[in-house]
Design a protein around this ligand. Sequence first.
Ligand SMILES: NC(=O)c1ccc[n+]([C@@H]2O[C@H](COP(=O)([O-])OP(=O)(O)OC[C@H]3O[C@@H](n4cnc5c(N)ncnc54)[C@H](O)[C@@H]3O)[C@@H](O)[C@H]2O)c1
Length: 397
Amino acid sequence: MKVLLLENIHPVAVQQLEGRGYEVERRSGALSELELIESLADVQLLGIRSNTHVSERVLEAVPHLEAIGCFCIGTNQVDLKAAAARGIGVFNAPYSNTRSVVELVIGEIVALARRLPEKTQRMHDGVWDKSARGSHEVRGRTLGIVGYGNIGTQLSNVAEALGMRVVFYDTADRPAHGNARRMASLEELLAVADVVSLHVDGRPGNAGLFGPEQFAAMKPRSMFVNASRGMVVDDVSLRDHLLSGHIAGAALDVFPVEPKAQGDPFESVLRGLDNVILTPHVGGSTQEAQEEIGWFVSGKLAGFALEGSTALSVNLPEVVTPPLESGHRLGYLHHNVPGVLARFNALFAEHEDNVTGQHLATSGELGYVVTDASEPLPADALAELRSWDDCLWARTW
Ligand SMILES: NC(=O)c1ccc[n+]([C@@H]2O[C@H](COP(=O)([O-])OP(=O)(O)OC[C@H]3O[C@@H](n4cnc5c(N)ncnc54)[C@H](O)[C@@H]3O)[C@@H](O)[C@H]2O)c1
């Protein structure tokens, strides 16, 4: 049982996987397609970040590969469809950096309210300008959170701990945390918020969510933060409202067009403006988030390989299995066609095997069933199962 971890994945992942019985090799860089094929010769689990591309050619060449962990948020670097077609589970860490984003946003709100970008710049320019003009406490001010999901709700809690009032708007029906108040519309939120912070997801309908109309509807001298997606905001309109003074400050961590590589030039109409914080999409980039990602994704890989759980898999039907404490488990990944489950359960009945638990799900072209039973299915029944046309794989634990 071997694992290959590339791209400097946090050592906590090694610790967890070794603790679950795997032999782990950890390397610092990414690998090319050919290097990857060679290196995966006897590997069951692969861990990568964003610079290793796992193409269909790689997947075709390594039929024994069981799962891929993307120790990051995105999964575009993996051919997910090709992986699913071969029954290879792909996992990522969509929520491990939530707290890091929240802390950055809180820091930015305080910094903007005290006009720190301007003040520190003047000090570096050799100007001592001690004044309280335009500086405020955040206590008692109203934070308007647009998008009350993982990050929005955690921000809500931390902002309240600082003494801020919180209002939020979400298109989905989200319960309020603490004393936060739900607003019936974005307009209602914009009318009362001293700071507006965007935490919506990247669905296509959110492109251009925030433009001239929304900035104009914000309170005079209010502040604006976006650490969600760059395409959500019309930066030209934000610039106009900053220059006119209607918006008193802004912090942006994401941009409609972001440089691809480290050191590439950054172009934005927001460069060079007073009281504007620009950061290179680092909301979730902390050592703590890396550690959390390492722990989370290695746990998902082990849960899949050792217990059959596809919890939070991005490409297989999601079956969350309880730990197997006694008895025998069989996982069956199959094409989603009618009649599979009836045939599958008939096998257990024929062998008078008592099913003690069953978890199943289908998603698109795939179906997955995990069955716990008192006895293991006999070898010939297992061989029969594996010979069915709809079978992608059958594994036992
Ligand atoms: N800056 C960074 O480094 C960084 C790091 C992590 C996440 N993010 C981004 O932060 C955003 C939020 O992440 P999350 O994990 O909280 O996502 P999430 O999916 O948990 O929450 C998003 C929420 O926005 C709501 N929403 C979607 N469109 C809306 C709209 N038009 N109006 C109001 N509500 C709307 C959804 O219903 C959902 O509740 C995502 O876009 C994510 O990509 C950025």
